[in-house]
Design a protein around this ligand. Structure first.
Ligand code: ACO
Length: 431
């Protein structure tokens, strides 16, 4: 539990209340208002949780002013450069980097859970072929609770661990199946001789009719994309997972809720929306028109891939993503990618424009990820599913942390009611 060394004083209706102030290991102090309603008969009002910490967590830390992101204390750029996704998964889940034996054991266990129940293939076939892969994933991941009955007891640490392994191992299989189904190709079974990212690319792009070899540099870029998206504090989808889990719902149902939340264009859906926007802009000469629209209060248009609730400086993930975009396009021999040129010029102009400077709007992780994924051969509809499979470890780590927290309670916000007060029912003939 965070330390309590200071207090804040609230004066209300002539009464004074002392509120404990908790000191975190990093970040601003937190005023503890848990007893405020009982003591002072008032609620606090904070739609969008802009000033409210919803939980105590020791997994991920963001310093939005410095543009810093830490997983268990390790800076994201170091992990993106030196580590790899499954090691990062172990770190997020367990709090420390694994030693060699622990890592080998973890990788072995994840690899042995990559297949999905064969009956699930029929479930996929119930969807329309043109379903968005996110729609399919929300359904299929939720349905995992109907297939894996032996890992639903959230009070059993062993079952929680098995559910975590299953989710991390099977999400790439499920995302790849959703993709294959949407393009009318046969499902490709996972291959346990391949690495995590390599296996995902193989399940997405190989076909039974001919051999397919995953380019190691592309597998590395894919792995880095997974790492960059692995966790991000109490964002909307993670908070959704925690809220769903706070009622005691099973982990598969909670992750399905997280996937549903991630789909929105203000969150994970921004990578698809961003690439569509860059394509719509099309050429560098059109950029001023779109910048003007983004600044116009009467136009709902926003620059997708720009801005962030927490980062008020460069999103550190966007920096790594930009380097990766150059590397991947180079590797694929794409030297005159118009979308990348539009992206770079848009970034340059926006970063000099007083509107964006004053509002501290910088490119976020989604600004460059779409360009890389498109170059790898993914359609835009797969961008958010890839985000979802990468984020699963973050969701599950946060869910596990919540279940293991003795102070955990069902999440139940209060409200500022502005509706009608008590009134009598009027019969329909008299209305
Ligand atoms: N383009 C133009 N103006 C913007 C943008 C943008 N992308 N983002 C914010 N603004 C402006 C708003 O109009 C607002 O201006 P005002 O103060 O004059 O009214 C101000 O900046 C603050 O914006 P809010 O919406 O209040 O900021 P909030 O923290 O609620 O929103 C969000 C953050 C949702 C990410 C927002 O910046 C946005 O919509 N960005 C585009 C979508 C996007 O890229 N989302 C991905 C986020 S990262 C992720 O989920 C992985």
């Amino acid at each position: 539990m965070a330390e309590t060394s200071k207090t804040a004083t609230l004066t209300l209706h002539g009464e004074t209340y002392e509120l404990p102030v908790l000191s975190p290991s990093a970040g601003p102090d937190v005023v503890d208002i848990r007893k405020l309603y009982a003591q002072a008969d008032v609620f606090t009002y904070d739609p969008g949780f802009t000033s409210t910490a919803s939980c105590e967590s020791s997994i991920t830390f963001i310093d939005g002013d410095k543009g810093e992101l830490l997983y268990r204390g390790y800076p994201i750029d170091q992990l993106a450069e030196k580590s790899h996704y499954l090691e990062v998964c172990y770190l997020l889940l367990n709090g420390e980097l694994p030693n060699k034996t622990e890592l080998e054991d973890f990788e072995y266990r994840i690899t042995r859970h990559t297949m999905v129940h064969e009956q699930m293939h029929n479930f996929f076939r119930g969807f329309r072929r043109d379903s968005h892969p996110m729609a399919t994933m929300v359904g299929v991941v939720g349905a995992m609770s109907a297939f894996y009955h032996d890992s639903l007891d959230i009070n059993d640490p062993w079952q929680r661990e098995v559910a975590s392994m299953r989710l991390i191992a099977k999400l790439p299989t499920i995302a790849a199946m959703a993709y294959k189904y949407s393009i009318g190709q046969p499902f490709v079974y996972p291959r346990n001789d391949l690495g995590y990212a390599e296996n995902f690319l193989n399940m997405c792009f190989s076909v039974p009719a001919e051999p397919y070899k995953v380019e190691p540099a592309l597998a590395k870029a894919m792995d880095r994309i997974f790492t960059l998206h692995a966790d991000h504090e109490q964002n909307a989808s993670t908070s959704t997972v925690r809220l769903a889990g706070s009622s005691g719902a099973n982990p598969f149902a909670c992750i399905a809720a997280g996937i549903a939340c991630l789909w929105g264009p203000a969150h994970g859906g921004a990578n698809q929306a961003c690439l569509e926007m860059l394509r719509e802009i099309g050429t560098v000469d059109k950029i001023p028109e779109y910048i003007a629209r983004a600044k116009d209060k009467d136009d709902p248009f926003r620059l997708m891939g720009f801005g962030h609730r927490v980062y008020k400086n460069f999103d550190p993930r966007a920096k790594v993503m930009k380097e990766s975009a150059d590397e991947v396009l180079d590797l694929l021999g794409v030297h005159d990618n118009e979308t990348l040129q539009v992206a770079k010029e848009l970034e340059r102009i926006a970063l000099e424009d007083p509107y964006f400077v004053e509002k501290k709007l910088y490119p976020n992780v989604d600004f460059y990820s779409g360009i890389i994924l498109e170059a790898m051969g993914f359609p835009t509809s797969m961008f958010t599913p890839i985000f979802a499979l990468s984020r699963t470890v973050g969701w599950i780590s946060q869910w596990k942390e919540m279940i293991e927290d003795p102070t955990n309670k069902i999440g139940r916000p209060r409200q500022l009611y502005t509706g009608a007060t008590t009134r009598d029912y009027v019969d329909v003939s008299k209305r």
